[in-house]
Design a protein around this ligand. Structure first.
Ligand SMILES: [Zn+2]
Length: 320
């Protein structure tokens, strides 16, 4: 060890040793970078080759002197117009053109979105895993990965991603319980066992309570809030949960409960008047995401547009 302590030797000799050490370290780092880049490049080539579709348009774009921003912009236009194959082709060209990690990450994420829209779920997973290799703590990539795993019905993977999001400070409590309930529901377990386990998870969890209301209405021990199941109640032919004032108003307005009460809900009051006057009226529903404000014609746990969890609000109107 004394060899490294330069003060015990000729100072010039010490400096030469130090310079030699720095040189060795710098050259080994350089060699390592060359191999690392080579490995990364070959992995990227393999990814691109796997999904590349050759066309004359692509050859033109490959040769054109377009910036990454221009290519991304072009790909986004094709994505919006539903021409997913073209969008994928352009993203793959962009991927090969850039060496910037943040640009690569963005392209992998965009590719995953296109693959998801086009229904290529496994490819979407692969693109997202590549994006996460560049930046593991990216909430957007993790959230999208969760959606793709959910579409693949791989509930264990969804739970794993939720744990990562929890580590990043996301509140996953109710969502995790719902995923567990969905996992139980899709399992090959005995029906009685399934119901028991799902009901055990449902306490004060409106999402699971809605699920229970939909599938196990006669076994349910806690009723969901009226606002969260009004669309499901509209399908009921017999009144239920009349101890709840809102449920009671609803079934009275539908002329399914006959105990005379004063209806406070204005829309239900109109429904009652129309029904009493033999005008065939009913309720129509729209499902709006309170995050992105997009409308959907079906209820959703995850918004089909922004993929946020638990943002569905049920709006209803009286229709004649
Ligand atoms: Zn949304």
């Amino acid at each position: 060890m004394d060899f490294f302590f330069v003060e015990y030797r000729d100072p010039l000799f010490g400096l030469i040793v130090l310079a030699a050490l720095v040189f060795i370290m710098a050259s080994s780092h350089y060699v390592w970078r060359i191999f690392a880049n080579k490995d990364q490049k070959s992995k990227l080539d393999r990814f691109v080759k796997k999904f590349e579709i050759n066309s004359t348009h692509q050859q033109i774009l490959k040769n054109a002197n377009l910036s990454i921003e221009n290519l991304n912009f072009l790909a986004q236009i094709f994505t919006k117009s539903g021409e997913f194959e073209k969008a994928v082709g352009i993203y793959l060209i962009a991927l090969k053109k850039t060496n910037e990690p943040s640009q690569k990450e963005f392209i992998f994420f965009s590719l995953a979105q296109v693959y998801l829209k086009a229904g290529f779920l496994e490819r979407s997973v692969e693109a997202l895993l590549n994006a996460l290799k560049i930046k593991a703590r990216n909430k957007e990539s993790l959230k999208l990965l969760k959606i793709v795993y959910l579409k693949l019905k791989d509930f264990n993977k969804v739970l794993e991603v939720l744990e990562c999001l929890f580590e990043l400070g996301e509140n996953i409590y109710t969502e995790k319980a719902l995923i567990k309930a969905l996992k139980i529901q899709s399992s090959p377990k005995d029906e009685k066992e399934k119901i028991k386990e799902i009901l055990a998870l449902s306490k004060d969890n409106e999402y699971i309570l809605r699920l229970c209301f939909l599938y196990y209405k006669d076994k349910i021990t806690q009723m969901p809030k009226f606002e969260n199941v009004i669309d499901l109640l509209n399908e009921c032919k017999t009144p239920l949960n009349l101890e709840d004032e809102k449920y009671q108003e609803f079934f009275y307005a539908k002329n399914l409960s006959y105990k005379s009460i004063v209806i406070k809900n204005q829309k239900l009051k109109i429904l009652k008047i129309l029904n009493d006057n033999k005008i065939n009226a009913n309720l129509s529903f729209t499902y709006v995401c309170n995050n992105c404000k997009n409308q959907n014609h079906l209820f959703f746990y995850y918004c089909p547009f922004c993929h946020e969890f638990g943002t569905c609000e049920i709006y209803y109107e009286v229709k004649v």
